[in-house]
Design a binder for this molecule. Sequence first.
Ligand code: ADA
Length: 561
Amino acid sequence: MLRLFKESMTRRMYDLDGEWSYLADPAGDAKWGAGLPHGKKPIIIPGCWNNEPGMLHHEGDVWLETEFDTVLPNIRLVFGGVNNECDVYLDGVHLGYHYGPFTEFAYTAEGLVPGTHKLVLRTNNVHNMTDTIPLSQVDWFHYGGIIRSVEVHEFEKAAVESMKLEYTLEGGDAKLSAKLCLHAFEEVTAPVRLILDGKVLAEETVTLCGEGKAILRAKLENVKLWQPEDPALYTFTAEFAGDSLRDRTGFRTIAIRGKEFLLNGTPIEFRGVNRHEEHPDWGFAVPAKLIKKDVDIIRGMGCNFIRGSHYPNAKITLDYMDETGMLFWEEIPMWGFLEEHLLNETVRKRGAQLHREMVTRDYNHPCIVVWGLNNEVETRKPAAREVAKLFRETLESYDTSRLITYATMMPLEDLCFDYADFISVNHYTGWYLGPKENWPAFLDKLEAYIASTGNGHKPVVMSEFGAGGIYGVTELEEDVTWSENYQSDFLEYVLELFRADPRISGRLIWQYCDMRAGTRTCAEGISRALQRPRSFNNKGLVNEYRRPKMAYYTVKKAYSK
Ligand code: ADA
């Protein structure tokens, strides 16, 4: 299941969720595209293979296979997410190679004989410290595998491949342009229609063989706006030559006025958390039920905003945030890159590709109000400016309707603020960087530095701050590191400080839930192991099983003010 609603009422489409087979190839030289050899084991997909018995530490190639039956001659295989790279084979034929976790990709196969087909994937989760995105050194676990559903879509003559719903709002009306990508498997002449609630809004006849585009325009009067407290959604259908595709959007605007964020013209403070889409039992293949539960818990704490740190989330997550009026910041997993990485051409190419895939997949979601360029890269170097420019231009070539930022950890020396619509600061005074009482002095320095760069007019969001608290550890005394009460006291202090400070327009706590970090004390991980008791990042307001810590109640109180 890739979505919370049916993407087509007419198309023959189904997911390949369920039991597949897998086999690891430690040598990395297997050629199993036609099928896995003896020794393969069962695995449930979506699923990360690091969660299989004995596989936690595996880094390298793992092959997976399944079978499915087709009826129609042309199919599109849609992969919701495969970590970190993969080759796809259908009936022994190589369909393609995809790099990068967390974004969707698809392959089309034409002229298939109806009947049973074999799908084989080579997946690989190896990361390095040169040119992978993410690098090997990150603060999460590199689960490998098929983390989201694989879907089969079948077609007779033609396909509506995608629908981008662009609009402008004017005095209560929406001017809509539905931009369609079409595919005809043989020459067809047929009407393309845009439909809302059974009513044809626009229609045009198209003759096509192969790839094509169409733009259908319509004016909707008196639209209901998408608002956090009443998130109205509109479901549009596009039809072409026997195929149809549905997608939703909500009508809203997001803008900045001085230091304020304006949603539909009304000031709003971003009150939220950073969330990893992870669970120790399922890795990144988080079930839909847990996704819903996470968003419900976060809303229940009084949050109106989630930063999807540090990668594109499942479309199910976005669908549910659309439905519940949650605001979202989406970014690619470009975490902690140093100057040498930022200068690397492969990194730039891969980063731009991931941004393109993210923005094209997710353009229609009203919940997304912010695109993030990267997280904590070496923004004191000119190379970071080049990369910020490249990524910003990549996003803007497809979408100019949202805000763009990046999270800096060098806020007193950062050279890239002019590439951000607002300034986002990750800062850990009160945890790694001295006592919490140093925050006011830091905020004064921050204000002075931002002003000195000519960006003093922009809103500032505290995009990460937090402290570790191990679930169940409480102390009678104050200030005991790793205790739940230290974490709770810290957040109480700092949330009130930020709330009362007009220089701060958003508070995003690090982090919603505890999550698995690196598990090994290898050379590059020794300090990490010392800072990550249990091999987890313990700054969650709830633990990895979503049990609330003291900090959860503290935040709920603070965010309800
Ligand atoms: C960073 C980073 C997060 C996490 C956090 C921490 O700022 O962006 O991913 O690692 O620090 O817990 O230290």
